[in-house]
Write a protein that binds this ligand. Structure first.
Ligand code: CO
Length: 511
């Protein structure tokens, strides 16, 4: 009997491994499409990706997986399995049930409608015309609503929207997010008022310099190296390439990041490299012993974002980091920036100004952009808002929360690709990432009191080790709330993040 359960378990994990390996191959094929692929390859590439996704769906709904799961969980020796094995089974079961519950026809329809809608979104955005997008977006939303209703039953969530959130943030609900976002919004608004009332103003001219792309490539390599992301040694497991929109992709020993270089705006690549490096470190630091297992994956999109924002903002926009790095940067770009001092540089990279575009937002206003999207998305799924009403509601909320007037829908409701790509339920993860990172700083400060002094000396070893041991090394062993409690003993709330911002910005803006 004991033998049967071990054999069944290892047979099941072999099936899961094949699926994980195939998906990692798909990720590299996709990476190639975004970075190096010649233009004529586009049709062949879409065939390749479609085939991989068909095979992958077939493999993940293989009845053999269902049979093995039933045999293992029904086996009288089930309790002899250890915690990690049980978690692997639980995650495999969840994925199997969800994949098999969705009719193949609906999955195919969604994929097709998604491609049509993204394509229309590009055209509508260029033409600044939401009415061009409306009909296709309605169709895509309706199909996703159908999928969400099915997933709701399988996942046992209270609403269809909660089922979508669960894809990115397991076990999180809209109700919980509301409870956390409401005080977050109030806290950010108060902080913003204080910053705007401050006599200290950042001077954007501080960062005006033309830095050749080749020089920026060198900065990117050295910066990511500083954080322990190796792209140069013979043992490197990373690379940096170039795309318009930066991203990270890969698995364990092959995790790649991309960035963009604008000669007139060198800080753009600096912060995108720091951000993506945070994502890459998470993937590379997952425990090697869990490779090819469901547990050897990141905990959630929110936790992923907590790591990227930790590197980009908490480390990368701190005075301590630049006390050490600014002289180095000046040497690399000389004679540019020769007249810039640390105070001015730190103020300039922490300039706070409400804006219309999420991806350009500063650390303080960023989460307000997310709150707007979350509230609208929630109402879209509970029927309080229709697609036709989106632009008006968007513009009204931007004026209310950020005090900015949206002039056209390209800089408004059509600025992000998420809704046209069918990624409903994803947006909250961005702000949750900030909130998780707040908890992490509070705990880190308790455990390594002098981490800021060490950072100032250019010693990131302990800090990076702490992130690896406390976040990365847990992989997907726990759901988000349990992982946070494991690390900090606390339940999720916005206070630590607001406290971090308050301390940082009151110093920079003297209030
Ligand atoms: Co990110």
């Amino acid at each position: 009997m004991a033998n049967t359960i071990r054999t069944d378990y290892s047979n099941l994990m072999n099936l899961v491994k094949d699926l994980i390996v195939l998906e990692s191959a798909a990720a590299i094929v996709h990476w190639d499409m975004e970075t190096l692929m010649p233009p004529r390859a586009v049709v062949l590439r879409s065939e390749q990706l479609a085939l991989i996704s068909r095979v992958s769906h077939k493999m993940s709904t293989d009845p053999e997986i269902g049979r093995l799961l039933r045999d293992i969980t029904g086996n009288s020796q089930y309790d002899t399995l250890h915690e990690v094995e049980k978690r692997n089974l639980q995650l495999t079961q969840k994925n199997y049930e969800e994949q098999t519950a969705l009719p193949e026809k609906l999955v195919a329809e969604i994929a097709k409608q998604q491609a049509i809608t993204v394509n229309m979104w590009k055209r509508a955005k260029a033409a600044k015309s939401f009415s061009m997008l409306r009909a296709e977006l309605e169709k895509l939303l309706e199909l996703n609503r159908q999928a969400a209703e099915i997933l709701m039953k399988v996942k046992g969530t209270r609403t269809p929207y909660d089922a979508l959130i669960d894809i990115y943030e397991p076990k999180m609900t809209a109700e919980n997010i509301d409870k956390i976002f409401t005080p977050l919004q109030q806290g950010l608004t108060k902080l913003l008022e204080k910053i705007q009332a401050s006599p200290v103003k950042s001077d954007t001219n501080t960062l005006k310099a033309t830095i050749p792309v080749e020089t920026q490539r060198r900065i990117a390599k050295e910066l990511s190296q500083t954080l322990g992301y190796d792209t140069t040694s013979p043992k490197a497991g990373g690379r940096i390439d170039e795309t318009e929109h930066p991203f990270t992709t890969g698995y364990y020993d092959d995790v790649r990041i991309t960035t963009h270089y604008h000669p007139e705006e060198f800080t753009s690549s600096i912060f995108s490299v720091l951000h993506e490096t945070g994502h890459a470190l998470y993937e590379q630091n997952l425990p090697q012993r869990w490779k090819y297992q469901p547990v050897g994956m990141n905990c959630s999109m929110g936790f992923h974002e907590s790591q990227s924002r930790f590197c980009e903002n908490i480390i990368g926009r701190s005075r301590e980091f630049w006390a050490c790095w600014l002289p180095k940067l000046k040497r690399i770009v000389a004679p540019a920036l020769s007249g810039v001092n640390l105070d001015d540089f730190v103020l300039a990279i922490n300039s706070v100004k409400p804006s219309k575009i999420r991806i350009e937002a500063d650390e303080v206003t960023y989460s307000l952009h997310i709150i707007v999207r979350f509230q609208i998305e929630k109402d879209l799924f509970n029927g309080k808002t229709s697609v036709a009403e989106l632009p008006a509601i968007w513009n009204q909320k931007y004026e209310e929360y950020l005090g900015v007037k949206v002039q056209n829908d390209s800089e408004g409701v059509m600025q992000d690709t998420h809704w046209s790509s069918g990624m409903y339920g994803y947006f909250p993860s961005y702000a949750l990432g900030n909130i998780y990172s707040g908890h992490l700083i509070a705990q880190l400060t308790k455990e390594i009191q002098d981490w800021r002094d060490q950072l100032q000396k250019g010693n990131l070893k302990k800090l990076l080790k702490w992130l690896k041991e406390n976040v990365h090394s847990y992989g997907k062993l726990y759901d988000t709330a349990d992982l946070l409690r494991k690390i900090t003993g606390k339940n999720l709330d916005a206070k630590p993040f607001l406290q971090y911002l308050q301390e940082k910005y009151s110093e920079i803006y003297s209030f």
